[in-house]
Design a binder for this molecule. Sequence first.
Ligand SMILES: O=C(CO)COP(=O)(O)O
Length: 250
Amino acid sequence: MRTPIIAGNWKMFKTAGEAVSFVNEVKGKAEIAGVESVICAPFTALPALAEAVKGTSLKIGAQNMHWEESGAYTGEISGPMLQDLGVHYVIIGHSERRAYFAETDETVNKKVHAAFKYGITPIICVGEKLEEREAGQTKEVCRVQTEAALQGLTAEQAAQAVIAYEPIWAIGTGKSSTAEDANEVISYIRERVAAVFGQETADKIRIQYGGSVKPSNIREFMQQPDIDGALVGGASLEAASYIQLVEGAK
Ligand SMILES: O=C(CO)COP(=O)(O)O
């Protein structure tokens, strides 16, 4: 049985103070047995968040990291820095980072390896652009991105990773994929994981859907057999909505 995982991706929203207020509002309510609740916050909010979630089952995540342990990389944050804060998850290869910050399949793979090295679980984002979808390339794009991201991992590491299938045309647009379509792509990603790492790993790896997930549609996605949770942007920013998302994953 795979434990459902709801992860909020706050993107470039919320100060440290706002993040702590959020945790105080969701504490207890977004802690539901059998569902993992994660908040992926800006770096500046992580130290305060790490304190705020102490004694709760809420987990915290970063939204990026560098693959090197340290060095002359102005503006970057490394795995040991996140590990030191007690960060559990890190989003890697989000489409916004691929589009605006030159993230490639190669850097995604390096970051995935670095995350495991420092005991942080990567949430690896894959997904097609609108023109790729229209050209019938959705599965191929997801296959290439998934295989590249997981390259060189052991089967045990791959089993622990989380993949987020986020069709780019569905992000922040209010246009979500249908639950059936999302399940079909996610089921295909799982097949590819099985082809590379074996069925046991494919049965364990958790694959989320992301893209305009809201309290009103979370249940439809969660009812699909291959969808193990959601990576949520806009609808994760309000405490009441985040609580409903976690409740909807049960
Ligand atoms: O990019 C996303 C999560 O990583 C999805 O964002 P929205 O939920 O705002 O569409």
